[in-house]
Design a protein. Structure first.
Lengths: 316, 758
């Protein structure tokens, strides 16, 4: 990759300071947490902020607390620390597995849960150097007239590749957002717009400050399709969390937004198959990842069934 | 052969290890010279276009820019390994032929300035129709990439031995299959980098390279400088695997910029540029027809193999031939026809690869298993039956002088309980065996041999000077170990000067697997000549016969009466007194038929000797996802004698990764002329966690001409590991693969095909 282009670096000490800094930059700024997603994007000139506002130093976003029936996880908590918090493994096995399946441990120590949720969507024809993209011609998302993967398409088919958002959605997690207009809390599942250019329903300058997970013991599993056992982003990811017979299933890695399905009776094989078939039918993978779309579509159902089976298995 | 060796054959820590593990070792990108400039290259955004004009004047106006060049600043001399393949000017002024091709370049005080300057270069292109698929490219009416190659056929290798058609008629079983494989990325740890400096009419260059002398010759031609004015200097290399063998466009770019600016220039390619604009590996389509007798004897082979050659000839004739040769050097083919076509496409430049030819080799081996099964035979027995033995001659007339093929097959099979497991595979678990042979060196004219100069200094330390190259495989340590054995001087007291065109003699370099057999042999001979001088003086001084003198731990001693001894340093000082310092040269020139030519005369002795190897892969397939896992991998390699067994095992393990595990993960993905995975995130080099348990078995056939019996150390695994995986898939599913790599989507197709048949 090329050297980083020049940008101004500012370190915020509090959420309020960060929001103010952002406002001063008039939309030409990006927030930085662990940087594992942002820095490669800047190197590829996929985003060229005038200012980068570093949130890492904000201490208030670094804690994990149990409060009023919720586990609140600060956005700056690293994936590694969240994985190793005993509560995660004990209460939220799907999340434990998705964290463990994220990249490799070294990057888990760098990447934060907030940054992981807000990572940019990915596409083989998009995550390339400026020279590469210039030679290819800009796609819809870069200001071109059509998708470069599906000829003629006026829609973006990039993949949202967070391993952990599907797990959190299966746990009915919510997120707190703080911006110049104040604070709001939304269901994580509602954070996605389905719009390739602007995949998250965030106001300009809003910061995801914490993740709230209902403090309820669950059974769960996360199944991830990838070519190698580490590093790789999911080609399909399926998270399942169950409390009693009821389960929530979330499919990620295909398309712009995770898809959620409710299972009234996770122990009913026919019902699971029905949801698996539906999820597979709903998914619209295209040739923008390293394995074929037809195969990935099929794997949505296969992994969903597998995840449910494993979640409900004895000893989980 | 002498077996009471002191150090050869011992597991020693390589001489380069400490510097490399501590980060002290310097590579090209680490070099810093006063006033050094940073170079950046402007690359073609078109797969195929006429160049109407290039204007670099805008770049020169950017403050901090010290030089800007294009092909118009070069002589336009076209490079090629052979006279008939000279088609690559590195910086062209007429056409661009692939996306990412070098078109112009700048040298500036820093990288930001250089990037800014590139945007000020104006190039007028007239886009031309392009072709990306070799089959399309061969058709009449396809866009013509070079005027001189009709139907874009760069090279046609035609070999015809015996009577193939008649033999096919006589065969009990005939089968024809087609296999394809995506080209691979070399994915060296070190992306390509070069530093060039031009002073007093001398051009000094540093870059990872596999042969400084051939590099210097190519650049002296292109720059029209006398050969002695182009000096390629020694530098550590972060991996080559065949991808650093030839002169690179960046070599010319950096040289021109250094000459123009009068300042040292450094060019370091990004990982993505390394993929799109240095060399790649050929995509291959191999059609294999085999005729077998009822007892499994191969009667005939008929091949048509198409190599996607990218935009230029590169090592074309060699690349089009090697997969065939490493196979005919392994098995007896009484009748064989090979039609290899290297075809131009508007894709990046391609070169030789350590794992070259996987569609062809894995295809042959997997097909052999299917035929063996149909005949009720065991594939190991079929390999033993058809395998060549010492004293035999290959189909194209190369004599095999030492051969441990049988031993590698038996050892690998025994270790894995192969016969039993192959006969009764459990559900979706399989074992597979791949065999191959490798030439140790091949015809490179007068550069096929190596020479070494050795001197012993007044402190008893030794200095070796040799053209030998180390690309990370441990060649430097290997020759130090050989010298240590011959001279009885500890490895730490041996200094090596190598791979520097000003100082060192010709050597085949670190390709064609010649370093151990040729390079180390020259070092052995030189040291033996120096040893004679030491022994002569020591015998005189100690009052014993020369035959009684032994050299060990830096001392000469009487073997009969070990109390009689003296340090070698005393011997050396005596030699200086006599005005006859201990200096010696030694050469080794392998027995090669130099009438042999890749296209016009494809027969005769290919190399001085051949190594042999067998790999066995054990795989499990996930029935629902098609994902292959490889729990265990066993490789047996006949390296003649391992000079350093630890280094040989390291090479074998690396090969298991780069060829064996890569067979399920690695392949370039293309969208027409756009390489979709130029990075190491989407180009899937196997990771540590993907590696199987490995068993490496060294077989010592003791080559009569090799240094202490040695041949090359590990390459057979690079060319049989994917075969083992492909054969294991056949064993597990009963189906042949059609396409590599065996990623889960492709395996799923095979499983579905199988279900469909039932």
């Amino acid at each position: 990759m090329m050297v980083l282009p020049k940008f101004e670096y500012k370190k915020a000490r509090s959420v309020a300071e960060a929001v103010t800094l952002y406002k001063q930059q008039k939309g030409k700024a990006r927030y930085l947490a662990g940087g594992t997603d942002l820095i490669p994007l800047i190197k590829h000139r996929l985003t060229t902020p005038r200012t980068v506002i570093d949130l890492k130093g904000i201490g208030e976003l670094k804690s994990i607390d149990r409060r009023d029936g919720w586990l609140t996880v600060g956005a700056n908590v690293t994936l590694f620390d969240l994985k190793n918090d005993p509560v995660t493994g004990k209460y939220f096995p799907a999340l434990y597995e998705s964290l463990d399946a994220t990249s490799c441990e070294t990057l888990q120590m760098r990447g934060t849960i907030g940054g992981n949720i807000l990572q940019d969507t990915r596409c083989l024809e998009y995550n390339q150097s400026l020279e590469w993209r210039t030679a290819r011609g800009f796609c819809l998302r870069m200001g071109g007239s059509e998708c470069n993967v599906v000829k003629g398409a006026r829609t973006c088919f990039a993949n949202y590749c967070s391993d952990n958002a599907p797990a959190l959605i299966s746990l009915s997690a919510e997120v707190t957002l703080v911006g110049s207009e104040g604070e709001r809390t939304v269901k994580l599942g509602n954070l996605f717009t389905g719009d390739g250019v602007k995949p998250f329903a965030l106001e300009a300058g809003e910061i995801l400050t914490q993740i709230l997970i209902p403090m309820k013991k669950t059974k769960g599993a996360y199944e991830k399709l990838r070519v190698r056992d580490s590093i790789d982003y999911p080609l399909v990811g399926v998270a399942v969390s169950a409390a009693g017979a009821k389960a929530k299933v979330c499919v990620g890695g295909v398309g712009l937004a995770p898809q959620v399905y409710d299972l009234k009776n996770a122990g009913d094989a026919a019902a699971v198959k029905e949801v698996a078939d539906k999820a597979s039918t709903d998914s619209r993978p295209v040739a923008n990842a390293t394995l074929t779309p037809a195969y990935r579509k099929k794997m949505v159902g296969v992994l969903l069934k597998r995840a449910v089976k494993r979640a409900l298995a004895e000893g989980k | 052969m002498k077996d009471d060796l002191n150090i050869v054959g011992k597991r020693v820590v390589r001489s380069d290890s400490l510097a490399k593990v501590t980060g002290e070792a310097r590579y090209t990108a680490d070099l810093q010279f006063p006033n050094m400039l940073v170079a950046k290259v402007l690359r073609s955004p078109y797969p195929h276009a006429r160049i109407v004009g290039i204007d670099v004047s805008g770049a020169l106006k950017v403050p901090g820019v010290k030089a800007a060049i294009s092909g118009f600043d070069s002589y336009g001399v076209k490079w090629g390994v052979f006279r008939y393949t000279q088609d690559h000017a590195m910086l062209h002024t007429d056409k661009v032929r692939y996306i990412g091709e070098d078109i112009a370049a700048v040298a500036a005080v820093d990288e930001e300035t250089a990037i800014e300057a590139l945007s000020q270069i104006k190039v007028d292109y007239e886009p031309l129709p392009a072709v990306y698929d070799p089959i399309e490219s061969m058709k009449d009416g396809a866009p013509q990439i070079h005027d001189q190659y009709k139907n874009n056929i760069n090279v046609h290798i035609h070999i015809d031995v015996g009577e193939v058609d008649k033999a096919m008629e006589k065969a009990f079983l005939v089968r024809e299959d087609t296999f394809t494989a995506a080209g691979e990325a070399y994915a060296m740890m070190e992306p390509y980098a070069v530093v060039a400096s031009y002073k007093n009419g001398y051009l000094d260059l540093y870059m990872p390279n596999a042969g400084p002398h051939v590099r210097a010759k190519a650049l002296s031609n292109m720059l029209k400088l006398p050969l002695n004015r182009v000096r390629i200097r020694h530098i550590n290399s972060g991996g080559a695997f065949g991808g650093r063998s030839e002169v690179a466009p960046g070599d010319l770019v950096a040289s021109l910029l250094a000459i123009k600016s009068g300042r040292p220039v450094k060019l370091v390619l990004s990982r993505e540029e390394n993929a799109t604009s240095s060399r790649q590996v050929h995509d291959i389509i191999a059609t294999i027809k085999t005729g077998m007798k009822k007892d499994g004897t191969i009667l005939a082979k008929d091949y048509k193999v198409i190599y996607d050659g990218g935009a230029y000839s590169s090592t074309g004739p060699i690349a089009t031939s090697i997969p065939f040769y490493v196979y005919e050097e392994c098995y007896r083919f009484p009748n064989v026809r090979y039609n290899g076509y290297r075809v131009f496409t508007n894709k990046g430049i391609r070169g030789m690869y350590g794992c070259h030819g996987r569609a062809f080799l894995a295809g042959n081996e997997a097909q052999m298993d299917v035929m063996a099964k149909e005949l009720g035979l065991d594939p190991m027995d079929v390999r033993l039956k058809n395998g060549l033995r010492a004293g035999e001659v290959t189909a194209t007339k190369s004599k095999i002088t030492s051969c441990g093929l049988k031993e590698t097959i038996l050892a690998a099979a025994e270790k894995t309980n192969f016969k039993k497991r192959w006969a009764k595979p459990s559900k979706l678990k399989g074992v597979g065996m791949g065999c191959v042979a490798i030439m140790c060196g091949f015809p490179m004219g007068f550069r096929s041999g190596s020479s070494c100069y050795v001197k012993i200094n007044d402190d008893g330390q030794v200095t070796l000077v040799t053209g030998l190259v180390d690309n990370g495989q441990g060649n430097e340590s290997m020759v130090i170990q050989v010298a240590s054995e011959v001279l009885g001087v500890p490895m730490r007291d041996i200094n090596l000067v190598c791979a520097d065109t000003e100082v060192t003699n010709l050597d085949p370099g670190a390709y064609s697997q010649a370093a151990a057999f040729v390079g180390a042999n020259a070092v052995r001979v030189a040291c033996e000549n120096a040893r004679k001088q030491v022994v002569s003086i020591a015998a005189e001084k100690l009052g014993v016969k020369e035959a009684d003198i032994g050299l060990k731990d830096g001392a000469a001693y009487s073997m009969k009466d070990p109390d009689k001894k003296m340090p070698i340093s005393w011997v050396v000082r005596e030699a200086f007194f006599r005005g006859e310092p201990i200096v010696a040269t030694g050469s080794f020139f392998p027995n090669i038929d130099f009438e042999r030519e890749w296209v016009t005369r494809p027969w005769g002795q290919m190399a001085g000797t051949f190594s042999f190897g067998t790999s066995v892969a054990e795989i499990d397939i996930d029935a629902e996802t098609g994902r292959i896992t490889i729990p265990r991998f066993t490789s047996a390699h006949d390296c003649g004698r391992a000079i350093n067994p630890m280094a040989v095992e390291g090479q074998m393990e690396g090969s298991i990764q780069q060829a064996g595990v890569a067979a399920i993960t690695e392949g370039n993905l293309w969208d027409k002329g756009h390489l979709l995975n130029p990075d190491l995130l989407e180009y899937k080099v196997p990771l540590a966690c993907d590696m199987p348990d490995m068993d490496t078995i060294i077989i010592s056939s003791r080559d009569p001409a090799g240094p202490f019996g040695a041949k090359e150390g590990g390459l057979t695994v690079r060319m049989n590991a994917y075969s083992a995986v492909a054969c294991a898939l056949t064993n597990a599913t009963g189906e042949l693969f059609t396409e590599l790599p065996l990623t889960p989507d492709k395996v799923m197709k095979i499983l579905e095909r199988k279900k469909g048949v039932k």
